[in-house]
Structure formats: structure tokens, C-alpha cells
Design a protein around this ligand. Structure first.
Ligand SMILES: Nc1ncnc2c1ncn2[C@@H]1O[C@H](COP(=O)(O)OP(=O)(O)OP(=O)(O)O)[C@@H](O)[C@H]1O
Ligand SMILES: [Mg+2]
Length: 298
């Protein structure tokens, strides 16, 4: 059975951040312990109900992709056994599939998004302006249409409760400098292209995805946080893909679509989600984990 954890509790460790999904603890040696909980955020608001096992699935799928893409971009994972860092008396089983030990990096303050298809905020911006993050796109593209080639569409990291905002590549250069901006863009597109090809062989379209990067004390770039999960990506079953509609998906779009029916103003507190939507969401995560990574959580 997957475990359920809404909020971690690790007495003796210093909690430095409770994000929407992850609880982050400082470890000696400039390391972090990152715990993926079962919190679900949608439209940047954390919903009141946990999705059982979601954090385990997120951590497992991220670990899978970190491993698969390490030849393209180095990542934040350290392979320290959890038993070495969890406080004595911790229920190890509750944490073993959802926590990782990582390098403590300096975050690059940009959401590094790659898009292969026109959907979500990309579709909205394109309809309004014909462009996306300052990139002029061909006229006449339809919703969910594949782009001529994948593009880098960065956005700002918003504070809790705010929505991220798409920005131009030049804005990223202004924020972090040309060299780092180019490294982030190139790494984002390289990982996306590799992963999209991998997923395509398994009947899944990765419509878009978001990475976070950080640098170490030498300025070396690593991919961090989570990678190619249903929280950070839009996964579509290829056999149900159609241009012109928002395709059904393996990811949070399921719960987003439900929330869109409520007329909720997308501000905290988030609404309660019915049991069948929780179960359905959990099943989507499990299916993504299984189809992409071949992993079944027991
Ligand atoms: N290796 C790392 N070094 C430093 N920070 C990291 C590392 N990996 C992840 N993080 C940060 O840890 C946090 C993880 O929390 P989570 O994913 O829940 O955040 P979020 O909800 O996406 O964003 P926010 O932190 O704004 O709430 C993020 O702020 C992320 O940037
Ligand atoms: Mg995050």
C-alpha cells in the first residue's frame, strides 16, 4: 500500500521550506533532505485533501528521469541512504519512497519551461498576441497543435498564491546574465527533446514541462527539484490526441478540469475535492509512473 503524508514531521532536523508539495530540510555538508508529500496544488493553491501515495509517485518518477537524463545535464541527487540522515525513531517506510538527499543549490530564479505543443497559458498568449514569450509563432495554429519545434518559454517564479508569468528570453538574460540564461535554455530543450522521444515510444506525448535549475559554489548548473512528473508536465495519451481540443491527460489536468467546473476563483482556500476525483487523480499518477517508468508502487 502506498503511504499517505500531508505534512512531514522530522524532529531534530531544521525545516527550511514548506513548499506547495515538498518539505525541505537542511542537512550538514550543504545538503538537503527533500520530502515529497501528498499535497496537491492546482492553480498554485494547495488543496485541503491529500492524494494518497502521490508524493511517492512524484519522487519515484523524478528519480527515474534524473537517472535517465544524467548524461545530458547533471542533477541535484546525492545517493546517500535515507537511514543515515533520518532522525532516530522515524518511520522509515513513510519516507523511503518519497524523500531524497540532494545538493543544496542556489536556485536560478526562473521556471524553465519547454513546450512542444500549444496549450494552457501558451495557447492563451498565442491567441492574444500571436507570440509566446517573445517568440513569434506561425499564424493559424490551433489549440493543442504541435509547434514546428520545441520552444523555451520561461516564466517568473511567483510568490505563494500568485500565478507565474511568461517572460521573454531577454528578461531571463537581464535577470541571470547571458551565459547562465543560455545554459538554462539549452539544457531545458535538450532534456525535453530527449524525454519527449522516450515517452513517444511509450505512447505518451509530453506536451510541455517545467524544470528548475540551481548552481553550486563553482557556478556549475544542475537540474533540481522535480523532473518530468505529472505535476510539472502535461502528459497526453498519444492515441487520444486530437488538435483543436484540450486532450485528456495523465496529469493534473484531470483535477484542474474538475475545478474549472466549480466556478472557484482560484484563490486560497482551495475547495474540497470529491473522493472519486481523489481516486481518479491517484490512478492517473500511478498510470503515468507505470507507463513511463515501468514502476508499480506496491
Ligand atoms: N537542490 C535544491 N537546492 C535548493 N533548493 C531546491 C533544490 N531542489 C528543490 N529546491 C526548492 O525546494 C522547494 C520545493 O518545494 P515545492 O516543490 O513544494 O515548491 P513549490 O510549491 O513548487 O514552490 P514554492 O517553493 O514557491 O512553494 C522549491 O522552492 C524548490 O525550488
Ligand atoms: Mg516545485
Amino acid at each position: 500500500m502506498p503511504t499517505t503524508l500531508l505534512q512531514s514531521n522530522l524532529p531534530g532536523l531544521e525545516l527550511i521550506h514548506r513548499g506547495k508539495v515538498r518539505d525541505v530540510y537542511a542537512l550538514p555538508g550543504n545538503r538537503l533532505l527533500i520530502v515529497a508529500t501528498d499535497r496537491l496544488s492546482a492553480f498554485d493553491v494547495v488543496l485541503p485533501d491529500p492524494i494518497p501515495g502521490k508524493g511517492e509517485m512524484l519522487a519515484q518518477i523524478s528519480n527515474f528521469w534524473f537517472g535517465k537524463t544524467a548524461h545530458i545535464v547533471p542533477n541535484h541527487l546525492l545517493h546517500t541512504p535515507l537511514e543515515e540522515v533520518l532522525p532516530k525513531g522515524t518511520d522509515v517506510a513513510l519516507y523511503s519512497k518519497r524523500a531524497v538527499v540532494t545538493k543544496h543549490l542556489k536556485p536560478v530564479p526562473v521556471e524553465a519551461i519547454a513546450r512542444g505543443y500549444l496549450i494552457g497559458s501558451g495557447w492563451k498568449d498565442y491567441q492574444a498576441t500571436g507570440s509566446l514569450c517573445g517568440i513569434k509563432l506561425p499564424a493559424g495554429l490551433r489549440q493543442a497543435e504541435q509547434l514546428p519545434e520545441p520552444i523555451f518559454t520561461p516564466s517568473t517564479k511567483a510568490a505563494v498564491g500568485d500565478h507565474d508569468e511568461n517572460v521573454s528570453f531577454d528578461a531571463v538574460v537581464a535577470a541571470v546574465g547571458k551565459d547562465l540564461a543560455e545554459q538554462v535554455r539549452d539544457a531545458t530543450l535538450a532534456i525535453y527533446k530527449w524525454a519527449a522521444a522516450y515517452a513517444a515510444e511509450r505512447g505518451i506525448i509530453i506536451a510541455d514541462t517545467k524544470f528548475e535549475f540551481g548552481t553550486d559554489e563553482h557556478g556549475k548548473l544542475y537540474v533540481m527539484d522535480e523532473m518530468l512528473t505529472p505535476d510539472s508536465s502535461r502528459f497526453w495519451p498519444a492515441d487520444e490526441y486530437k488538435v483543436g481540443i484540450s486532450p485528456p491527460s495523465y496529469d493534473k489536468q484531470f483535477v484542474r478540469d474538475y475545478l474549472e467546473t466549480l466556478g472557484w476563483n482560484k484563490k486560497a482556500p482551495g475547495p474540497k475535492v470529491p473522493a472519486e476525483v481523489i481516486a481518479g487523480t491517484s490512478a492517473k499518477y500511478a498510470e503515468a509512473l507505470h507507463r513511463l517508468a515501468g514502476i508499480t508502487l506496491d
